[in-house]
Design a protein around this ligand. Structure first.
Ligand code: NFS
Length: 657
């Protein structure tokens, strides 16, 4: 059964429908198990919320002052203060975007301050990404002669921190260093160059408060400005700075999926986004002391599994197996085999603790911002990092000790293990294809019909992982190369699409090429901040082809939007000329159709100027890109294919096949 949302032109799945349609057999087993055991999960809470608020789903509810909440309808076309639909829709979009920006900024802050602590010698961490330090120093004009690597890295971190929080006029240094001249000129002309993440968040909240900005187009500009801060100060900044600390990932083979958990081992899941504390915990877990503690407690060893973006970071750097994504966190605990989940920041849902309590799983929180009542809290603070080693050892020991307390009833580990080749940093992708020129040639001759990045969260509004996996399968079957990050990458990893063997799902010529090179058709590049890697790849390829980004057969795909952080990802690609196909319901409102009120046999267009701006001339005139929205994955894949095909047709007279 489905919940029908006719006015959105879509249905949302109920639990039995999810069981029928999810492409993830392990999830199916675990949802069934938890249903039998009466353990509530997100699907039960989603059911209890039905039907979800019509106004909220359309973005036409305003809760930004205490005169409301106000909604827009035929009868009430304006809020109490006089705001119309455009102002409300755009205000909601802007607030969602800067909330996502704040989350990434907080993550960035931790990484930048950690590099400074390394420089100051107050923390026991060695810089592993020397290549990245020198590359960034070169771009930022930092002196490197006769200087220690820590000092150079520290100076880079100071600049990144300025980009994050500067309140005075002045451009983002990282944008200056990494964006192309043509884009910079365009953004300057449009007056959307940001000052810093913190400043743009402040300005966005200010502009949307009661009685501030009445011009929805000014809010659009602030959205675009905040997006550039999001892109360069938090995506590029965090991704590159993490590479300074822990190195640039290289491709490596691994095995992922729920089946990596082992009943006779201590099973520890690592969950969240910022890898600083968890890197140290890993060091401790690998010490003889902790390994022998596990054996003393009767375990055969220790299994580590990753979830969400911390999982992606560890997968990319060390091949540590990932298990699942944001909507699989309750399912993983529902195996009954997880002894401890160590969490840092973001995407750790409160429901996880409910499941953990049912199975006696210990939760250890390591970030001041992400507290969970009843969890053990051992925080990492980069401004007081002296206790990092002791705290990490304590966490490692506690994580293992919970094995001794495990309830041994009702353990079921779905028997699925999936091969994968991961670690696809920007450099690794270019190297694997023998450089940007060669990859452009492969595009030009049609060995690849296009390159897309497919990313983002899961949503209960789509049968679990069906959006990601269906679209990806359709696209690789058409010879399209994919990069992936975030929770989407967990779905594609578990579905086997990131294994070299998946080349057999691509058309003959593409298959021969991929098999010769040993490259899978879907490249898992890392966590959500590593969308910077995919964007960098797109920009490099366009430059190598001598074309503008918006002329290239590229697309950004976000099939299952969830977190506010995902909004900025899509807009990041838009401002660089790369169109989006978004699953629905997403943050950007969908221009759709509905039965006409005069004649129910007729359909009338149901939209607003904001939806039109994003899907039509507004964005196309500025950046040559637009947003397509389609909830049904097979149809969404068609939209992507048509878009790429159209781009290729336009390039025919330049020798493209
Ligand atoms: Ni991205 Fe990572 Fe997942 Fe969504 Fe959350 S883990 S930063 S926000 S839910 S993809």
């Amino acid at each position: 059964m489905s919940y029908k949302y006719l006015y959105l032109n879509t249905n949302m799945p109920e639990k039995d429908e999810v069981l029928k349609r999810t492409p993830n057999p392990a999830a199916k087993e675990l949802i069934t198990k938890l249903k039998k055991e009466g353990v509530p999960i997100f699907l039960d809470r989603f059911a209890a919320q039905q039907p979800q608020c019509r106004f909220g789903l359309q973005g036409i509810c305003c809760r930004m002052c205490q005169w409301g909440p106000c909604t827009i309808s035929r009868k009430s076309t304006h809020g109490v203060c006089g705001k119309d639909m455009n102002l409300i829709v755009m205000g909601n979009l802007l607030r969602a975007l800067v909330s996502g920006l704040a989350a990434h900024a907080r993550h960035a802050h931790e990484i930048y301050l950690t590099i400074m602590a390394v420089r100051d010698g107050t923390v026991n961490i060695k810089i592993k990404g020397e290549d990245r330090v020198f590359e960034m120093a070169g771009r930022l004009g930092i002196e490197v002669e006769n200087r220690k690597i820590e000092a150079i890295a520290g100076e880079i971190a100071e600049i990144l921190l300025e980009d994050l929080g500067k309140m005075k006029k002045g451009e983002l240094r990282l944008l200056e260093a990494y964006a192309g001249q043509e884009n910079k000129d365009l953004w300057r002309r449009l007056d959307i160059l940001p000052r810093s993440s913190a400043y743009e968040i402040m300005e966005a909240l200010h502009m949307t408060t009661l009685g501030a900005c009445s011009d929805w187009m000014a809010l659009v500009d602030q959205e675009l400005r905040s997006t550039l801060a999001y892109c360069y100060s938090t995506l590029f900044g965090t991704s590159l700075a993490t590479e300074i600390l822990y190195g640039i990932p290289r491709p490596q083979k691994t095995v992922v999926n729920f089946g990596v958990l082992k009943e006779d081992h201590v099973n520890i899941l690592l969950h969240g986004h910022s890898p600083v504390m968890v890197e140290k915990i890993l060091e401790k877990i690998h010490t003889p002391e902790i390994q022998s503690l596990a054996r003393q407690l009767g375990a055969e060893g220790i299994v580590l599994g990753g979830m969400c973006c911390t999982g992606n970071e560890l997968l990319a750097r060390y091949g540590i197996p990932t298990v699942t994504n944001i909507l699989g966190q309750e399912l993983a605990i529902g195996t009954g085999a997880v002894d401890t989940v160590i969490v840092d920041m973001q995407c750790i849902i409160p429901g996880m603790k409910i499941t953990a309590d049912c199975f006696g799983t210990e939760i250890i929180t390591t970030c001041r911002s992400n507290r969970i009542p009843g969890a053990v809290h051992v925080p990492f603070d980069p401004e007081d990092p002296g206790s990092l080693d002791d705290n990490a050892l304590y966490v490692a020991r506690s994580a293992v000790e919970s094995f001794g307390r495990r309830k041994r009833r009702n353990i079921h580990i779905p028997d699925y293990r999936t091969e994968a080749l991961t670690g696809w940093s920007y450099e690794a992708i270019l190297e694997a294809f023998d450089g940007a020129d060669r990859l452009v040639e492969l595009l030009k001759t049609g060995k690849f019909r296009g390159i897309c990045t497919i990313v983002g969260c899961n949503t209960p509004k789509v049968a679990y992982e069906s959006g990601h996996v269906t679209i990806a399968r359709e696209l690789i079957a058409d010879g399209i190369l994919l990069t992936t990050t975030g929770c989407c990458s967990h779905a594609l990893l578990n579905a086997g699409l990131c294994a070299s063997k998946a080349a057999e799902m691509t058309p003959h010529d593409t298959r021969v090429l991929l098999e010769n090179l040993g490259i899978p058709p879907v490249l898992a590049v890392g966590g959500c901040v590593d969308n910077a890697r995919s964007l960098r790849l797109f920009l490099t390829l366009a430059e190598a082809a001598g074309l503008k980004t918006h002329d290239m057969p590229f697309m950004f795909i976000g099939p299952e939007p969830g977190n506010e952080k995902t909004l900025g990802q899509g807009v990041t690609f838009l401002v660089h000329g790369i169109s989006n196909t978004i699953g629905f319901p997403g943050h950007i409102p969908q221009p759709t159709v509905k039965p006409s009120s005069d004649n129910p046999e007729e359909l009338e267009r149901c939209s607003n100027d904001v939806a039109d701006f994003f899907s039509q001339d507004g964005l196309i005139n500025r950046f040559g890109a637009q947003v397509f929205t389609e909830p049904e994955p097979v149809l969404a894949a068609q939209i992507v294919k048509m878009h790429l095909h159209r781009k290729r047709l336009e390039l025919r007279n330049q020798g493209w096949s």
